[in-house]
Design a binder for this molecule. Structure first.
Ligand code: NAD
Length: 383
């Protein structure tokens, strides 16, 4: 077992999620690497104190440069507000460490490109977080597509739906302010999760029509005042794709105002020969469509068939913490060149492409026109 020392910068919601997953590493059966969380950095001392219960965490600091100066750390997971991504990601790379970044991989396309270029220049191993595709049902959708059983693709739909903004009295936080979250709003927040599988399957839209909504314009700040809330709540992106020389519609939805949807990630692919559908709304259910004399949607209750086998019994159902562990396993195994064709984390190129698509969707909304997505480093053009 090769030991890998991990540092976390940004110990909040996702830092704790990562710590919890590294703490359950022993449940993975055949992974020949042993990551150990040894250092955490957060500006907030109260957040840092949460890590007191993890004994291998020997370094706790409020200064990320101190963590990066520690030569024993091999990999750093960074989970900080988007406005800090470029500065901290590039500092990690320049310190000689590998990086597991959080989405959206920079607050803007410009920053995402700068991070990618620095990673390329320094030859570091960099991937970006997106865990939902590691759910067993999501993996089955990918397998159905790759099997060819779907025939000619008719249509693709994917989305990530939250109801987190439905509480109009919820105090504002950095995720609801463009200066910290970015101009892309909900697209930056939820979109990488939605595009991970489409981009991996080569479904890169050539043009988009974006419909964005800012419905909640102000929120309490928790100190008795009402302050502006300037991020996009919801986005629907209608994409033009070409698959086998046919134009194919792909609809992407990212919403924080989706009534009744706590954390619903879904993907549906329909073809002339069959279809596949998975939604975390019904966590263990995988749907396949069979096109015969009678057309049939078939429901299968999945068990714990994860890419990286774990000790959990095969009949039990997987959840968020499980797909997060699977994603970390994919990162560590791919870093060690042992992924062997399994599904991997978002690459820097895919993260940059997601920015290109979201920037085009934003331009589309602002100009109320269809916008071509440019995959070269040139400005988007309005059709
Ligand atoms: N993969 C997912 O499912 C998922 C879910 C939520 C958030 N995220 C992403 O994770 C990142 C963090 O989001 P979060 O929900 O954990 O936010 P959070 O606000 O809960 O935590 C961020 C932490 O970063 C700390 N921080 C801020 N600036 C810092 C600095 N300069 N140095 C050290 N620490 C600093 C804050 O004190 C805070 O504790 C974002 O990029 C977000 O988009 C990913």
């Amino acid at each position: 077992m090769e030991k890998i020392n991990i540092g976390i910068i940004g110990g909040g919601l996702m830092g704790k999620e990562a710590a919890s997953a590294f703490g359950r590493w022993f449940t993975l059966n055949d992974v020949p690497f042993c990551p150990q969380l040894t250092a955490v950095c957060d500006l907030n001392e109260h957040v840092l104190s949460w890590y007191n219960k993890i004994s291998p965490v020997v370094l706790k600091t409020t200064d990320y440069t101190e963590l990066l100066a520690d030569k024993s750390i091999d990999v750093v997971y960074v989970a900080v507000p988007h406005s800090m991504h470029k500065e901290i990601y590039t500092a990690v790379l320049q310190s000689g460490k590998d990086l597991l970044a959080e989405k959206p991989f920079g607050i803007s396309l410009e920053d995402a490109l700068a991070i990618q270029q620095e990673a390329d220049r320094l030859g570091r191993f960099v991937r970006c977080s997106s865990e939902m595709p590691f759910m067993p049902g999501a993996q089955r959708v990918i397998q159905e597509v790759l099997s060819g059983r779907l025939g000619k693709i008719i249509e693709i739909k994917a989305g990530f739906l939250h109801s987190s903004d439905m509480d109009l009295n919820k105090p504002i936080n950095w995720k609801r302010q463009s200066q910290y979250c970015g101009e892309l709003g909900v697209m930056a927040d939820l979109g990488m999760h939605v595009l991970h599988i489409p981009l991996r399957l080569g479904w890169k839209p050539s043009a988009v029509f974006g419909q964005l909504q800012k419905i909640v314009h102000e929120r309490p700040n928790g100190r008795g005042q009402i302050v502006p809330c300037d991020t996009w709540n919801n986005a629907i992106i209608n994409c033009k794709l070409t698959i086998d020389e046919e134009p194919i519609p792909m609809t992407l939805e990212m919403k924080r105002l989706a009534p009744g949807e706590t954390n619903t990630w879904y993907i549906e692919v329909l073809g002339t020969g069959g279809g596949a559908r998975y939604s975390t709304k019904d966590t263990k259910v995988f749907w396949t469509f069979k096109n015969g004399k009678e057309q049939l949607w078939q429901r299968v209750d999945l068990g714990f068939q994860t890419q990286f086998p774990v000790t959990t019994g095969g009949i039990f159902e997987a959840g968020f913490a499980d797909c997060f562990l699977q994603m970390l396993a994919a990162y560590i195994v791919e870093r060690g060149r042992r992924l062997d064709g399994k599904f991997g984390c978002v690459t820097p190129e895919e993260a940059v492409d997601s920015h290109r698509i979201f920037e085009a969707a934003l331009q589309s909304h602002l100009t109320q026109s269809v916008v071509e997505v440019s995959y070269a480093d040139v400005p988007v053009t309005v059709i």
